[in-house]
Write a protein that binds this ligand. Structure first.
Ligand SMILES: [Mg+2]
Length: 292
């Protein structure tokens, strides 16, 4: 008997997740080999409480119907456990779901969950906080911070946050130590990628893999907004920018120093703040994920 624990965030994405519980029940009720429980998040931090409850009761998998923020919250408790993570993408950007290539069609997604094939995938950490997709402290962090203040959510809001940040974001000056080298960086863009996706199918490094035991550090070392706009256009049109200052470094870890500075950070699309120093690490194969 497999035990599945579903966590639905009713306000993720378009907020139309109310019929999901009915849909899941009607599809699982005939599965005699599966025992399941469906819960809804009612407040911030509730997804964590529910995941701990699922772990206490030895569920085989916790399946999240939510955005990248809720997925990250649940996943942080599943790292280095035997309980698998399942993802039903109902958020707005859905970067994590896109990287794991889980079906966006709910019926196909449930079929995948019922089959229950799992694989072990890497998890990244930024000062010990986990990320499945990416974490960054340059432009992407500024966009996420701006977006967090917006009333409306969705692609258009991200777009306007991106435009505003392009002109008003102040480029942090940091010192990077990676692969035995140390050098200063004007971190217009500085992101550690575990997977390849930024959400909305935007990718800076389509070759980033979640099973190679490495993080891909994508760095744009410049203060020039013009250069940054050039890179952005390349990325949006799915080209690979060839430009001095734009590099990708593969490593298991990296440390970024910025003594006396307080910088914005984004972790799987959630805003946070970091002081003085940031340490990135990879935890190879640390999470079991239900995959197609
Ligand atoms: Mg990797």
């Amino acid at each position: 008997m497999r035990k599945l624990f579903f966590i639905i965030n009713p306000i993720s994405g378009n907020g139309k997740n109310t019929s999901l519980e009915k849909f899941i029940s009607s599809n699982l009720v005939r599965q005699t080999e599966i025992q399941y429980e469906i819960r809804h998040t009612l407040h911030g931090g509730h997804a964590s409480e529910l995941t701990r409850e699922a772990l206490d009761h030895h569920f085989d998998a916790v399946i999240v119907a939510g955005g990248d923020g809720t997925i990250n919250e649940v996943a942080s408790h599943l790292v280095n456990t035997n309980t698998a993570l399942g993802i039903i993408p109902v958020g707005s950007g859905n970067g994590v779901a896109r990287h794991f290539k889980v079906p966006f069609n709910i019926k196909k997604n449930l079929d995948m969950i019922i089959r229950g094939k799992t694989t072990l995938l890497d998890v990244g950490t930024a000062n010990n906080k986990i990320f499945l997709s990416n974490a960054g402290l340059g432009y992407d962090a500024a966009v996420i911070k701006d977006y967090a203040y917006q009333q409306r959510h969705g692609f258009i809001s991200y777009f306007f946050s991106a435009i505003r940040s392009t002109f008003f974001f102040s480029v942090p000056k940091v010192h990077l130590s990676v692969n035995g080298n140390a050098f200063p960086v004007n971190a217009f863009f500085f992101s550690a990628l575990n997977g390849s996706q930024f959400g909305y199918n935007i990718s800076l490094d389509r070759n980033a893999r979640t099973d190679d035991g490495l993080l891909d550090f994508v760095i744009l070392d410049t203060k020039s907004r013009l250069k940054a706009i050039f890179v952005a256009i390349c990325v949006l049109f799915k080209g690979k920018p060839r430009l001095e200052g734009f590099t990708t470094v593969h490593s298991q870890n990296a440390t970024v120093h910025f003594p006396g500075q307080r910088l914005s950070l984004q972790i799987d699309g959630e805003p946070s703040v970091v002081e003085d120093q940031l340490e990135f690490k990879v935890l190879p194969g640390a999470i079991k994920v239900i995959v197609p």
